[in-house]
Write a protein that binds this ligand. Structure first.
Ligand SMILES: N[C@@H](CCC(=O)N[C@@H](CS)C(=O)NCC(=O)O)C(=O)O
Ligand SMILES: *[C@@H]1O[C@H](CO)[C@@H](O)[C@H](O)[C@H]1NC(C)=O
Length: 223
């Protein structure tokens, strides 16, 4: 039986949703067992712990499953002591939740559609849509960071986790199709921020090599 402090993460190494959960746990200094899922052959544990969506990530804490990455990150922030992920001020928390939802609703879908596009036309349209979202996020960074290194200020916060967990796919878009969705000219603040994010201690060893994401993308495109 799982002990009350036993922590497991069911994930996929290239999944932004799993990556943000793992970085949040690292920020808190929580040790956890990481279990890689094969999404073409999901484990019984995944199916039983996330029966509604059957998706990664799932955090299993003391035998209890928690699903949906942003919900998990908030849970981790509330349950474990250490570096705060969400700001303490309610208004700032609301703003952080707004931008994290924006990443998942407005940036992630066109970015994935770009990576999986079949026609050049479709790819160009999705690039434009992703870049428009990135331009909004560039502005948001200016406002949220207040000149500090991260959306969360001096250290990684909620919006940093939401967006930073997607960096391997932005890099993949460049390597596979020569399109910079994270553009040094159009989004200079985010370009500099991305470098800081991947070099942060909590992110080390979690944000995967682009080569791995490229390989994964090729497999998905072949399917
Ligand atoms: N909104 C969910 C999204 C999770 C998600 O889309 N996970 C994907 C992997 S990146 C998945 O498990 N897909 C499996 C499937 O759709 O069958 C979250 O934030 O956790
Ligand atoms: C699916 O996963 C199970 C273990 O969870 C394994 O025993 C089985 O061989 C896998 N099947 C395929 C087709 O990969």
């Amino acid at each position: 039986m799982a002990g009350k402090d036993d922590v497991k993460v069911l994930g996929v190494v290239v999944s932004p949703f799993a990556i943000r959960v793992r970085i949040a746990l690292n920020m808190k200094g929580v040790s956890y067992e990481y279990m890689e899922e094969d999404l073409t052959n999901k484990s019984e544990l995944l199916l039983s712990s996330n029966p509604i969506h059957k998706k990664v990530p799932v955090l299993i804490h003391g035998g209890k499953p928690i699903c949906e990455s942003l919900v998990i990150v908030q849970y981790v922030d509330e349950v474990f002591p250490g570096a705060a992920v969400l700001p303490s001020d309610p208004y700032d928390r609301a703003v952080a939740r707004f931008w994290a939802a924006y990443v998942d609703d407005k940036m992630f879908p066109p970015m994935v559609a770009f990576l999986l596009a079949v026609t050049e036309e479709e790819r160009a349209a999705k690039a434009e849509e992703t870049l428009a979202a990135m331009a909004q996020l560039e502005k948001a960074f200016g406002e949220c960071s207040g000149g500090k290194p991260f959306f969360g200020g001096d250290s990684i916060g909620y919006v940093d986790l939401a967006l930073g967990s997607n960096l391997q796919w932005l890099e993949t878009s460049y390597q596979m199709f020569g399109v910079a969705l994270l553009d040094a000219v159009k989004t200079p603040l985010l370009t500099a921020w991305a470098k800081r994010f991947v070099e942060a201690d909590a992110a080390k060893g979690v944000v995967p090599d682009t080569a791995l994401a490229v390989e994964f993308c090729k497999k998905l495109r072949a399917r």
